[in-house]
Every structure is written in C-alpha cells, then in structure tokens.
Design a protein around this ligand. Structure first.
Ligand code: 3PG
Length: 400
C-alpha cells in the first residue's frame, strides 16, 4: 500500500477487501477488533484523497440477501471509528452500490453490502466467480487486499478480483504476514503452542506441522477430550470426535518419538449440563481428575492444576502461539482456563501471538489489554493455514 500511496490515489476508486466478519448479538457488535484492524488502511487511503469502497463478507449466508447477515452495523461502526460519514450500499454490485460509489467525493468512504449475498462470491465454479469479480471490478480502479481473516478462501473478492485490477496489500495483511513469518522462519525457542477450541478435526493439519516445529504443545478446550480418550480415559458426555482417535493416537506417539512435549489437562471442570450462555445462571461445576470424568458429566474447562501446569509451561517460552479457548469462556464459571492462558502469555517475556477469531474475542471480552500481547491476529482459519505452510489464495493473488 505504501507503493500505491506514493504513486498517488487522489480521485481514484479504491476497493478494499476487508474482513468485517465481526461477532453480532442481533445488530450489536460484541467485538469490533476486526473493524479497528482495517482502520490504518482505510484512513491512509481516505487521507490521500481516494474514494474508498470497503467490501467484506459477514457470516455464512446462502448466496442471497439475508437481513440477519447485513453489514450495516459494521458500516455504522466503521463510521464511528473513522469519525466520518460512511455511505452504505444496500446491495453489493447493483444499483445501490453503483450509485453510492458514483456519489463518493475524494476522501470519502463507502461500504457495500455483504459479498456473500451473491452466489458468485463463494462459487466453486471459476466462471461464476470470475463473472462476479468482473462486476466488483467495475466499481473500482485499484484493489487493496486487507481482509487477512479471509485470505485462505478462494473467493471472488479475495482471489479472482485482484487479477482484474492493479492490486496491493494493505497494512493489516502486511503486518499479519510479517508476524506469522516469525513463527515459521528462525523461530526463537522454546516455542510453545497452546491449542484449544471445540473440534480437533479443525486443528489436525496444524498439529501435524507443529509436531516438527514446536517444543511444547498444550491442548485444551473441547478438542482435549479426544486426546484424553485416545489415552484410554473415559470422558463422560464431553465433546468427542471418535473418528479422530486414530489420528490423535498417532500424534501422541510421534510427539514422544520426536521429544516434543504434548501436554494434556490433568484436571477438568465438569457439570451435568451445558451452561446457559444467555442468562449465565451459575453452573456450579465440580473439579475432577482428567482420568476420572464421571459417565454423566461433561468437561467444560481445564481445571486449577492444569491452569498452573500450562502457565508454568508458558512462562519460559521465547515464542508463543495460542489458538482456541481452553473452555466455554462465554460463561463466567468456565472462563478461568482461557483467562489463565491469556495471563500466562502476558506474563511471558517471549513474543506472543494470539490467533483465531475466538481466542482474540475471548481476550478482549475477558477484559485483557490487547496491547499486552505481541500480536493479536485477525485470522482464525487463515492464521492456522498459514502456519500449516499452505498457499493462501488471497496472498498468492497479491504476490506478483
Ligand atoms: C473467519 O471468521 O475466520 C473469517 O472471516 C472467514 O470466515 P469463513 O470461515 O466463514 O470463511
């Protein structure tokens, strides 16, 4: 983007592919981190006199307009953060978008409606995606890719559109790639990775890669129960992906062979039922050893001994990557595991990276100062796939 700004953008229509996929409660944004993350790019372009057209997906609508997934709240929040009026188009490439873009003065910003209201955005068919990218290209003179959270998606606005316009990487993508490179090239050791979240199947590829790179892997969240089951423990009614047990067993064996510490919970908080996240009524969990989960109980957070153990494994780390909450942090009775890992990252002198929509949201909603971490990535799947060493379509499209 510095190159683009040096060339001059005054009067040019610049399409910014952002990731404004923020968590919503109705129309209330519960974490605006992703909107704040794209501000440097939007501000720099607007200050340089560009006519800025911001586009993003939100949620997973089915290729047609769906009011529950409107970007209107995100556009309003962007306007508040910019301290400027932000125009909003009620479609993505139709009459409203064309009129809004045509009405932009130099230095003004507009947001067009959710890209995924158009089937062409996520289509597997190259021609259908290409046709939608043509319609997007007609709205702009220049493309700036800055939606890091979506660079792993081979979607029209991420992958096909850059080829149709002069294209540049925005500040956020540049920062994210610089930081994630520190985790893949010449990583400072000990390199400790904490992984949580519900499904082990989402993390298989990254665990596979990390077993050759990290010194320690700490496992928490719902995915831990598949590991505990693979070790031969009973896990009651906890989340379990039985079909993943063979893969997980192989990881446990490989970790031992490679001398990588693969650390599992030694105790967990359990209850007879999943907590009510709306009322947040007290859940009264009990603490049990990880090998003594009662048959009718569900594990919902790591326990106090595990919190201490994981903190001790994180304090001397030179590099930390953390992805995925340790428990059902949305309920106060099950937030302590996630909070303990967040605090251990803050206490560590090493370089700490929080990756993942959920862990980033957890850090902020639990009240931690985001500046206390080395970097909070806006990418969930994107940062994991980067660490897996995959070619990310949205980065490849910008590279030339
Ligand atoms: C994310 O939240 O990880 C990104 O915004 C991508 O969203 P998606 O998984 O729906 O493509």
């Amino acid at each position: 983007i510095d190159e683009l700004l040096a060339e001059g953008v005054a009067g040019k229509r610049v399409f910014v592919r952002a990731d404004l996929n923020v968590p919503l409660d109705g129309t209330t944004i519960t974490d605006d981190g992703r909107i704040r993350a794209v501000l440097p790019t939007v501000k720099a372009l607007a200050e340089a006199g560009a006519r800025v057209v911001v586009a993003s997906h939100l949620g997973r609508p089915k290729g047609a307009p769906d009011p529950a997934f409107s970007l209107a709240p995100a556009a309003a929040r962007l306007g508040e953060l910019l301290g400027a009026d932000v125009a909003f188009a009620t479609d993505t490439v139709g009459d409203s978008a064309r009129a809004v873009v045509a009405g932009l003065a130099d230095g003004q910003v507009a947001v067009v409606e959710n890209l995924r209201f158009n089937a062409g955005e996520t289509s597997k068919d190259d021609a259908e995606r290409g046709a939608f990218a043509e319609q997007l290209a007609a709205l702009a003179d220049v493309y700036v890719g800055d939606g890091f959270g979506a660079v792993h998606r081979k979607h029209a606005s991420v992958y096909d559109l850059p080829a149709k316009l002069p294209h540049y990487a925005g500040h956020l993508i540049a920062t994210e790639v610089t930081v994630l490179k520190k985790l893949t090239e010449d990583v400072k050791r000990p390199y400790v990775v904490a992984l949580g979240g519900a499904k082990v199947s989402d993390k298989l590829a990254v665990i596979d890669q990390l077993l050759g790179k990290a010194d320690r892997l700490l496992i928490g969240g719902g995915m831990a129960y598949t590991f505990l089951k693979a070790k031969g423990y009973e896990v009651g009614t906890s989340l379990l992906q039985a079909d993943q047990i063979p893969a997980v067993t192989e990881y446990l064996e490989r970790a031992e062979k490679l001398g990588v510490e693969l650390v599992l919970p030694v105790d967990v908080l359990v209850a007879g039922e999943f907590p009510d996240l709306k009322t947040k009524a007290p859940a009264n969990p009990t603490t049990v050893a990880a090998d003594a989960i009662p048959a009718d109980q569900e594990g919902l957070d790591i326990g106090p001994e595990t919190r201490k153990l994981y903190a001790s494994k994180l304090t001397d780390a030179a590099t930390v990557f953390w992805n995925g909450p340790m428990g059902v942090f949305e309920h106060p009775d099950y937030a302590q595991g996630t909070a303990a890992v967040a605090q251990a990252l803050i206490d560590s002198d090493g370089f700490t990276v929080v990756g993942g929509g959920d862990s980033a949201a957890a850090v902020r909603t639990l009240g931690f100062d985001e500046n206390a971490f080395g970097h909070i990535s806006t990418g969930g799947g994107a940062s994991l796939e980067y660490l897996e060493g995959k070619t990310l379509p949205g980065l490849a499209a910008l590279e030339d």
